[in-house]
Ligand binder design. Structure first.
Ligand SMILES: C[S@@+](CC[C@H](N)C(=O)[O-])C[C@H]1O[C@@H](n2cnc3c(N)ncnc32)[C@H](O)[C@@H]1O
Length: 373
């Protein structure tokens, strides 16, 4: 048993079975033993994100943010909030590129990296010192209480938010709690622990089939609601893997989408080594759109990462891919890395980009080409 497993087991012994969301929250974010509370060096052993592939990912995002800034009237200060910024690698790519290639936008940029892991905050602070000294970068453990004008974005944050697990049994929604049997964590089917779960499915007109497993991402709904409240004018951009509800809860996903990642292997063994493996669930973009709408965020569009990056890159034939003075071998290597980001069987089609807006007069964004021809 890991130290966290001991703590969780004793909590279950004292208070009875736990909602899976509570179990997952501790596994990922327990201040001492949580998977994301540890320094990031161990993370590459388990998975890579788009940011790790090549700085082109951040550079093309920077182009999209600069266009948003223009659509909002090129304000003197543009707050760019990255939620779940990790060690600040993506922030570095974006800020370095803006400083070098889009100086007018950089001048207005107030980048806030939001991260709740203390170890990661320390790494990000060191990495981005120079932009911090220039007043273009700050770090926070919470989303700023007001974002007067700007954009809030995240990459692979939503899939790391805790979810409740449910099963549809004998014509009713039941919850799968985490119990304990002979010292082992086990599934315990029980009545739902909160009516927010019923509301989650009925709001989206989702009826599960008999025996179907699914997740309810209540924390993501709360999160987008709060973002809608805090953003006064601008955009929300979310990159993650997932689907709209009609696909997420269809016949291909009858076991749900929760997965555990350890050592580049994927499993459904959610209870193995708590705190030492990553846990994720596919993002429900319909829920983000619906709960966002309630908080004043209008959906601009949803597209694949492939569509998004191609549309932005084609504008200058992917010139942003290369650095000055690179050899031909390095350029070939860069093209291969780009391929992973946009290839349908790489990250390109699995990852989706959702853009929402509030009070923005122009929602014609280069990254969403299909929507404006
Ligand atoms: C899967 S990682 C993604 C990191 C980074 N965005 C990337 O693409 O490499 C998710 C990150 O979000 C952070 N996180 C999760 N929930 C958060 C919250 N409510 N507020 C701020 N950060 C959070 C975690 O600590 C972790 O660093």
């Amino acid at each position: 048993m890991t130290p966290l497993a001991e703590l969780l087991a004793s909590r279950i012994r004292r208070h009875g079975p736990l909602p899976f969301a509570d179990f997952m929250r501790e596994c990922l974010y327990h201040p001492l033993h949580g998977y994301y509370s540890k320094a990031e060096s161990t993370r590459f052993a388990d998975y890579y994100t788009s940011v790790d592939m090549h700085p082109i990912f951040g550079r093309l995002l920077a182009r999209q943010f600069a266009e948003m800034w223009e659509h909002l009237g090129s304000p003197a200060e543009f707050m760019l909030v990255e939620a779940g910024a990790g060690v600040g690698r993506l922030a570095g790519h974006i800020l370095d590129f803006c400083a070098a290639k889009i100086p007018a936008f950089y001048g207005a940029l107030r980048y806030v990296a939001v991260e709740r892991s203390a170890a990661r905050i320390e790494q990000a602070t060191q990495r981005l010192q120079e932009h911090g000294h220039n007043g273009h970068f700050a770090i926070a453990i919470e989303i700023p209480s007001r974002i007067p004008v700007g954009c809030l974005f995240s990459n692979e944050l939503m899939d790391a938010l805790p979810v409740h697990r449910v099963i549809f049994q004998e014509g009713a929604l039941k919850e799968i709690l985490v119990g304990l049997d002979a010292g082992q964590f086990v599934d315990v089917v029980a009545p739902v622990s909160t009516c927010a779960i019923n509301d989650y499915f009925s709001t989206q007109s989702i009826v599960l089939s008999e025996g179907q497993h699914a997740e309810a991402s209540l924390e993501a709904c709360d999160w987008i609601t709060e973002v809608g409240r805090r953003l006064e004018r601008g955009y929300v951009l979310t990159i993650d893997y997932g689907h709209r509800a009609a696909e997420l809860f269809d016949d291909h996903h009858t076991r749900g989408t929760l997965l555990a990642y350890y050592d580049h292997r994927v499993s459904e063994n959610f209870y193995a080594t708590p705190g030492e493996q990553d846990l994720t669930a596919h993002v429900n973009f319909t829920a983000l759109e619906l709960w966002g709408k309630r908080a004043g965020l209008d959906s601009v569009g949803l597209t694949s990462q492939t569509g998004f990056l191609l549309a932005l890159g084609q504008r200058n034939e992917f010139a942003d891919l290369y650095d000055d003075g690179q050899s031909e071998t390095e350029r070939v290597q860069a093209r291969l890395q780009l391929k992973t980001l946009i290839h349908p069987e790489g990250m390109g089609e699995r990852f989706q980009v959702l853009i929402q807006q509030k009070g923005a007069a122009d929602s014609n964004l280069t990254g969403l080409p299909a929507l404006h021809g």
